[in-house]
Design a protein around this ligand. Structure first.
Ligand code: GRF
Length: 228
């Protein structure tokens, strides 16, 4: 995999894969509608019949399709159909947004270095499922979300962008998830924009951002906060 983002003609054609409620799909659609992201969502595809993400796409006038893995004898056939559908819509970048399946070789080979995912933890901490609960039980002071390129592992690919939120003593899985989700909706369109503008470059497993913002100086997040 060479996950870099060559300059693509604007607007970038994005295909979104989602399994559930689709709030990240909505955030991407809203960023485009609001002029904050020069891209087009060409298609939203779900592996789950009736996923609300599909309804969100339809409401935005975006083609929506369900490809049910049950209709295929194995993962390879399912992913081949997925890749064909994405290609048929001219997709250049695949954005996984709450897509609850691990990408197999078929999909990875169809879009090398062109699949992003958003995950609700500060990777490499807490990959996989139920990660907000894991973060609370572990006692970390910060969690957040990560946008990363997808490779053959589970939440292991090169990191594009992260947002950090505090974990509070009174947090439940739900309150922490909601705090993280608000940042997901900011950081995912931002990461897609960096890709669309051809500003991402891979060095080893580090993703370098061309013309990145100036250094952070002494800025730090400290939790519990220092006294004023
Ligand atoms: C998000 O927390 C995302 O990070 C994770 O699954 C959740 C999907 O939420 N991969 P939504 O369907 O986008 O609302």
């Amino acid at each position: 995999m060479i996950p870099t983002s060559p300059p693509t003609p604007i607007p970038l054609r994005v295909g979104v894969l989602a399994s559930g409620r689709g709030s990240n799909v909505q955030a991407i659609l809203d960023a485009i509608a609001g002029g904050r992201l020069a891209a087009t969502v060409s298609v939203v595809i779900s592996d789950v019949v009736g996923a609300f993400a599909l309804e969100r796409a339809r409401r935005a006038g975006v083609p929506a399709a369900c490809i049910d893995p049950k209709g295929f004898s194995g993962k390879q056939g399912y992913e081949r159909a997925l890749a064909e559908a994405l290609r048929a819509h001219g997709v250049e970048l695949v954005a996984l947004a709450g897509y609850m399946r691990v990408c197999g070789p078929e999909l990875l080979a169809a879009f090398p270095g062109r699949i992003l995912n958003i995950h609700p933890s500060l990777l490499p901490s807490f990959p996989g499922l139920h990660v907000q609960r894991q973060a609370i039980e572990h006692g970390v002071r910060f969690s957040g979300c990560t946008v990363h390129f997808v490779d053959a592992g589970v939440d292991t690919g090169p990191i594009v962008a992260q947002a950090v939120v505090p974990v509070l003593d009174e947090d439940t899985e739900e309150t922490l998830a909601a705090r993280i989700l608000r940042q997901e909706h900011r950081v995912y369109p931002h990461a897609i924009r960096l890709f669309a503008e051809g500003r991402l470059r891979l060095q080893g497993r580090r993703v370098l951002v061309d013309a990145a913002a100036p250094g952070a100086g002494d800025h730090a997040l400290i939790q519990p906060p220092l006294p004023a």
